[in-house]
Design a protein around this ligand. Structure first.
Ligand SMILES: [Zn+2]
Ligand SMILES: [Zn+2]
Length: 560
């Protein structure tokens, strides 16, 4: 059982008072401003760099600011009364710094992607955040971010709420005084006894925010405090432990590019050699489409991960999974994981809500209410979708030794269309169903869950013709099985296998995975230097937005 440091996310809803909700909104607006400001500073610097270069300077003196430079510039900017940002001081300082780090990071990702140093689809030129379109969110970190139970903070609340005049207090002594204080506290916060089990999130500048036991989004009710309680328990019993990353030495040996070794500072404990067995890294507060405030806590936890498959996993061996829209997944044994089609179920409600919204006057109260109704339906669908996929992927990761899935990129498939010349209406529906089935989320969940359960995930090559290959004899058909056909018929006369096409695909995948090992994680060695996949350029422009390629073309080249 190797001890390792894992980062885990705990997400739960918050129940802010109206005042706290206003503070949340203020933070969101503030960090959005800082983020946009940061993007602009960097793009100004890039412009200046380019201008000097155009003027014939061989080595321009302009330095493109990084995160720390941005923080310094921001401090100077916000303190200057000319800047016109007197509201800055209302919010937590660290939230601005996090926004500036994100701004610097967005540019870095863009340049890394263009230089081929970043895996995955091409990253676009950073976009400004908008009040209307962007998610409202801000980050907090530091010692102040804590979770406390009502029982633990009760005495403090008690002290604050005592609202007795001096004269009244003089008349009361001992028992009677204690009684009066308890009554005053109860009047303001409800009975102390029932409050003892409630959890609160403590935030800098904002204070204690209640974590409700249940969260309601539309008609969906979920046990909310459970996640928070799990984290609270973990933090409560956290002790200082020897760092598993460096075994207490404070340094880790890494392989350099020329094949040699080099000691670098341990990232887990920051060279201290010891660390807390559970620690909050940061909390992100965000507003959902329904108006619900959520908190996602990233915590560093020392965990004992299994170093190999369990008996159950060994017995069940390798499984192939065909991901799709008719069923979320069909495995090589023929087990079907149904697709609950949450979005399809909500379409009728959505249509009514959307229609109501389009009939309201701009900037009216009714529009706001109708907008929230549409948002509530969407948020509910998203929550249910995640929960269904969570349930299946957890089961799979615990049951099998190895899971093999297809490697195609779901988003690209939707962009390009796997639907041939079908009418737009049909294409739209298929793409909507593909997005609702969320195969990308399914694979991503499998990826991190297998790394926690001693299982491993293998992805087939994205160009492998898994859907056309016969799982019995390996003959490849010329044409894919039409989408509305449920059966795969082997073209080889000697074979003639007839089998459900999804099971067939799953079996081909299982055979592809089988003997290979170590696919759950990237093999050790330097990071890949080229983006995954052959052609990074999207072939079609995304609707409603400029393609990343087009945005990239407008951008100046990175400084060398
Ligand atoms: Zn360490
Ligand atoms: Zn065959």
């Amino acid at each position: 059982m190797p001890r390792t440091v894992v980062q885990k996310a705990y997400k739960f809803a918050l129940d802010p008072t109206p005042r706290q909700a206003r503070q949340f909104a203020s933070h969101c607006g503030g960090v959005r401003y800082a983020y946009n400001w940061g993007l602009n500073r960097i793009s100004d610097a890039l412009d200046a760099y380019q201008a000097e270069k155009a003027a014939g300077v061989a080595k321009p003196a302009v330095k493109v600011p990084g995160h720390f430079d941005l923080c310094k510039m921001w401090t100077a900017f916000k303190d200057d009364p000319e800047s016109g940002v007197p509201w800055v001081g209302d919010n937590f300082v660290g939230s601005y710094q996090a926004a500036l780090r994100d701004a610097a990071g967005a540019w870095k990702k863009f340049f890394d992607s263009r230089a081929g140093r970043r895996a995955g689809r091409a990253a676009g030129r950073p976009r400004f955040k908008s009040r209307r379109r962007s998610r409202w969110a801000f980050q907090v970190h530091g010692e102040t971010v804590r979770i406390a139970s009502g029982a633990a903070i009760r005495p403090a609340i008690h002290g604050i709420t005592r609202k007795l005049t001096k004269a009244a207090r003089a008349k009361l002594t001992g028992e009677a005084l204690r009684d009066a204080r308890a009554r005053a506290a109860a009047a303001k916060f409800g009975p102390a006894r029932s409050d003892a089990g409630t959890l609160y999130l403590n935030l800098p500048r904002i204070g204690l925010v209640k974590i409700p036991g249940l969260v309601r989004v539309g008609t969906l009710t979920d046990r909310n405090a459970r996640t928070a309680r799990k984290l609270h328990r973990l933090l409560d019993r956290a002790e200082t432990a020897t760092c598993p990353g460096c075994s207490g030495t404070g340094a880790v040996t890494t392989t350099t590019e020329d094949g040699g070794t080099r000691d670098t500072k341990c990232a887990s404990c920051r060279t201290a050699g010891t660390m807390r067995s559970a620690r909050i890294v940061r909390a992100t507060i965000s507003r959902g489409a329904s108006g619900t405030w959520w908190c996602s806590v990233t915590a560093e936890v020392i965990a004992d991960l299994p170093d190999g498959p369990s008996r159950r996993q060994r017995v069940n061996g390798t499984v192939g999974l065909d991901l799709g829209t008719r069923y979320l997944a069909v495995d090589s044994d023929g087990t079907i994981h149904a697709n609950p089609q949450h979005l399809d179920q909500a379409l009728a409600d959505l249509r009514v809500a959307q229609q109501t919204l389009s009939r309201t006057q701009p900037d009216s109260r009714r529009r706001e209410k109708a907008r929230r109704r549409v948002g509530t339906i969407h948020e509910q669908v998203a929550l249910m979708r995640k929960s269904s996929i969570d349930r299946i992927t957890t089961l799979l990761a615990r049951t099998f030794n190895e899971i093999v899935v297809e490697g195609w990129d779901a988003q690209r498939l939707a962009e390009r269309g796997n639907t041939g010349d079908a009418p737009a209406r049909i294409k739209r529906r298929r793409n909507r169903q593909l997005a609702d089935a969320a195969p990308g989320m399914f694979r991503w969940q499998l990826e991190y869950k297998t790394s926690w359960t001693g299982s491993k995930l293998a992805k087939a090559d994205r160009h492998q013709e898994t859907g056309r290959t016969c799982s019995v004899c390996g003959t490849v058909k010329d044409k894919p099985v039409p989408l509305h056909h449920d059966e795969f018929v082997c073209p080889a006369t000697t074979c003639g296998t007839r089998i459900d096409r999804r099971v067939n695909t799953a079996r081909v995948l299982r055979a592809a995975g089988g003997g290979r090992s170590g696919h759950g994680t990237r093999p050790p060695g330097p990071e890949p230097t080229k983006p995954r996949g052959e052609d990074v350029r999207p072939e079609t422009v995304r609707r409603g937005r400029q393609s990343s390629l087009k945005r990239a073309a407008r951008t100046r080249p990175p400084p060398d």
